[in-house]
Design a protein. Structure first.
Length: 569
């Protein structure tokens, strides 16, 4: 296949055929590669219709002709449009985000910005398997109902976009003043940047536009010295910034590059401008997943980053300007790897806060942090008792609330065009106990604000099994149970069974339980199309279970308990 495409609209719709052989596809602007991916494409030799369309943002190339080249046989019919396609899922989850199409995994850059919650996520828009990593994007005003937007951070010649985090830019006067005083010097990229909204006017090619870009623009030739310092001078206070792992060497386009940490910025959360250089070069084979925060302590205020290095090793880095980083600690956690987080959490019943180091399999350590070194103060614990949940990340800029959202490796059987979804955001706190502190993750308060009561009651073991069914409302179902664990009890919902054997003190499920549970005081269950979130004991242990795709219409309870049943749309 070798076709010329004149770009005339904001989005190029690329037809995907999941049954076709995966081949490399290159987009050329002149002699330069400006985009690359690997996929099976629907061609005029294919039968039926495309499984779905990947929607590539192309506004920056409008009026230009791209050469599309690949090993596919036959002609590909590319469509163009100025609007994104609607979600064609006939069985969407009610309160769990799932993409319109493609594969998703780790949440990235979670934040609250300009009146909306922003969910960025690892996304392969060309297949339902892992590859071609870009950052997908969705927004919400209530954390429960999400609108998918265009791709936010695309692969570049330096590598695909792996996991990263968000921050709201704040100048550090003692460091960045020197940047303001440096003279502007000529740059090498020659791309236009619309300073008023952070939106590049010209794609990542080496050509410069010759026509005027308008009064609100400068060119990188004028404003950027080809170095990160020049770009930082363009970033205003309050801009949204992302630091992410650029996975050099994971694509043919980035062959010869290595994994490093890079930065982008935006004034609207939609369109991002890339810094020209890595802020942390490659340290080890796959050092990745940076989580960055502002550490506030008067004159000792600075940025800090926790970064996965290799194996079970993590590093802490500090910086005054986000550009130059000093490593202050390396620590080893045998139970952890990848996707770290490190932030203070409130302690229930007091004004105290304790620092918590988190890793994607839910291993967490409670301790102290002085802005440079983290000191664990208790043995590691695990929050999750099941598989199918991973890489939870906390939100930035949520004004006193600590909100976290995980990736769920659920497959919606009735809808084959996408794979994976996100959990419902949860609010974190620490609960003191005999062994120190237990991490609790409660459903975000927006669940309680929007749910509708369906049933409430008390029951005893003498009543036997009680079925609650056939309510008219459609939506996700939220169930709260207060339990007397001196007696056995049981629960069945969406084909999933859970129960407590009081004699053996054993909590059992129809799925794997990785934790030994010695008591059950309460249970909080959220059941949606595609899966169930089940938490016990003040939300200090959680289970995530794939479920049926249909609407929840029945639950069966048995034992002594008080119950409440709600619906959320």
């Amino acid at each position: 296949m070798e076709q010329k495409v004149l770009i005339s609209h904001r989005y190029l719709r690329i037809p995907v055929d999941l049954s076709e052989k995966i081949e490399e596809v290159n987009f050329f602007l002149g002699a330069e590669t400006v985009f690359q991916f690997e996929a099976g494409l629907f061609t005029d030799k294919s039968s039926g219709k495309p499984d779905f369309y990947a929607e590539l943002p192309t506004e920056l190339w409008i009026g230009r002709e791209l050469l599309v080249s690949g090993a596919q046989e036959g002609k590909v019919t590319f469509l163009q449009a100025d609007e994104l396609l609607p979600d064609q899922d006939d069985y969407p989850p009610f309160v769990h985000f799932a993409p319109k199409s493609g594969w998703i995994n780790d949440p990235c850059g979670l934040c609250y910005y300009q009146g909306k919650y922003h969910l960025y996520f690892q996304h392969n828009m060309f297949s339902v398997d892992w590859h071609n990593m870009s950052w997908g994007h969705a927004v919400s005003e209530d954390l429960l109902h999400w609108e998918q937007r265009e791709e936010a951070v695309l692969p570049t010649k330096n590598g695909p976009a792996f996991t990263g985090s968000a921050l709201i830019y704040k100048e550090n006067k003692k460091r960045e003043k020197c940047l303001k005083d440096e003279p502007l010097t000529a740059g090498v990229t020659g791309r236009y940047v619309r300073v008023s909204d952070g939106k590049p006017l010209n794609p990542g090619g080496s050509e410069s536009k010759t026509e005027s870009a308008g009064a609100n623009t400068v060119t990188e030739t004028e404003a950027v010295s080809g170095k990160n310092e020049g770009m930082l001078r363009m970033v205003p206070e309050g801009a949204l910034m992302m630091i992410y792992s650029c996975a050099g060497g994971f694509t043919g386009w980035s062959r010869g590059s290595r994994m490093d940490q890079r930065m982008v910025w935006s004034l609207d959360g939609e369109t991002f401008v890339h810094f020209p250089e890595a802020v942390i070069p490659n340290i080890s084979f796959e050092n990745r997943d940076p989580k960055v925060y502002r550490y506030e302590d008067g004159e000792n205020s600075h940025w800090y980053m926790v970064l996965f290095l290799v194996g079970h090793d993590y590093g802490i880095f500090v910086s005054d300007d986000l550009l130059h980083w000093e490593q202050t600690q390396t620590f080893v956690t045998p139970e952890s790897w990848e996707c770290p987080d490190l932030r203070p959490l409130p302690v229930r019943g007091s004004s105290e806060k304790k620092w918590v180091f988190w890793s994607p399999n839910s291993a967490y350590r409670v301790g102290s942090f002085d802005g440079r070194v983290f000191t664990p103060e208790q043995e590691p614990r695990f929050l999750y008792g099941s598989e199918k949940v991973y890489a939870a990340q906390s939100f930035a800029n949520t004004e006193g609330r600590v909100l976290q959202l995980p990736y769920l490796s659920f497959q919606m059987k009735a809808f084959y065009r996408h794979r994976g979804c996100m959990g419902v955001p949860r609010e974190l706190e620490l609960i003191p106990d005999a062994d120190g502190y237990a991490l609790a993750e409660h459903l975000c308060r927006e669940v309680g604000e929007q749910e509708q009561l369906l049933a409430r009651g008390n029951m005893t073991a003498k009543e036997g099994a009680v079925t609650i069914a056939d309510w008219k409302e459609e939506g996700a179902v939220h169930i709260r149970l207060e339990i007397d664990d001196r007696e056995s009890f049981g629960l069945e919902i969406c084909g999933v069974k859970a129960g407590w054997n009081a004699e053996k003190k054993d909590l059992f499920f129809t799925f794997m339980n990785r934790k030994a549970i010695l008591e059950v005081k309460n249970m909080d269950i959220l059941a949606d199309r595609g899966g169930i979130e089940l938490f016990i004991n003040d939300d200090t242990t959680g289970y995530f279970v794939p479920g049926a795709d249909e609407i929840v219409r029945k639950i069966v309870l048995e034992g002594s308990m008080a119950y409440e049943l709600f619906c959320i749309r």
